[in-house]
Design a protein. Sequence first.
Lengths: 251, 210
Amino acid sequence: MLAKRIIPCLDVKDGKTVKGVNFVNFRDAGDPVEMGKQYSEAGADELVFLDITASYEGRKTFVDVVKRVAANVSIPFTVGGGINELSDVDKLLNAGADKVSINSAALRNPQLITDIAKNFGSQVCVVAIDGKEDAPGDWTCYVNGGHVPTDTKLFDWAREAQERGAGEILFTSMSHDGVKQGYPNEALLRLHNELNIPVIASGGAGKMEDFKDAFIIGQADAALAASVFHFGEINIKELKSYLKENGIVVR
Amino acid sequence: MRNLSPFSFFLSPLTIMVAVIKYNAGNIYSVVHALRREGVEPLVTDDKQLISKADKVIFPGVGEASTTMDYLRKNGLDTFIKELKQPVLGICLGMQLMCRHSEEGGADCLGIFDADVRKFIPKEREKIPHMGWNQIYSLKSDLMKGIEDNKFVYFVHSYYVPICSGTIAKTDYIEPFSASLNKDNFYATQFHPEKSGEIGSIILKNFLNL
């Protein structure tokens, strides 16, 4: 059986992870490569590294991080943040990333999805969407890290992204992110029903039950989380045993 | 776990030469990194003489079947790969290209394995590509030595090889298909051992020890 995936997400700034970490026996808690290895050994199925650096030098540092992750980690990983054009994608894939995640740039220039899919294959193209629920069931897409609303509606955009060749949709609910009250399961289920590419749930996990609900109610293919893993609130091994006990196929 | 003891230098198969066939495929460097993690520094090359001399040959592949076959034919690599005598490992598209024919672009392939590559057709709204970690079972051959049934490995593909005489590992997605193939000195995996954590590492070690 195809397993549901658990994906820790690491924010990287100037070559270092930014969120505090509670792991025991960490040689360098701020080193994205070391953290990636630890998560991989703990049973993470994939990793996401988001570059939140703004400077040009920081971007170059990030490419070096990607190279080191590729050399040291034996599970797939996605990189995102600051990808605006095809040459950015080329650079990151050549550095060893398996997939790239694009967000604002895709909303501004949807052709980017088409171009990535055509040049590198759909499997490398993850379209990340930040959405906010304005009224029940009515979701608007945001850009610039969730700061600027657009005229685009979530389900329309997700369908367009799929038609243009996106390989996966990574959906973050801004209404849920950071609140730790669970994933947006109704919206996830609707994405599942309307799309035929995998959907990654993101934003909102606070307890193990939230993951179960995203998989069972929301029918998500994967669930991404950051702080609950980084601060040691949820241990990936324990999470997987819990999910298995609840009849969910995990690795 | 990898052997990181100071003696791993002596124990690892550093003396063997592994060639990774370079062609117009996607990310072949993840294979290179994985081999390095096993203590082998592979040679990425399309030089036929060098490949012929290698102890082991890896035929990676991420891309599209018909354009890749065109490229291989144009460069005389099609007949060359078929005639290799040392252990050859095809990965993902590499495995599909080692079959007779692929529905992807209607490509005639190398014909090493007696099987045709088909496109996944969803039965119950299964998502295509088949992407993520799935289980392998009915394991045969030295390539799968030391691996128990139902371990998970990482797949990304939209086309598959049906079960055939060369099948040495099966996986279920929509229907059972060939996760791995073997015929004579030719081995292949539909999944990515280089991205399959510890299990992938065992499979690569097994290949290096063939």
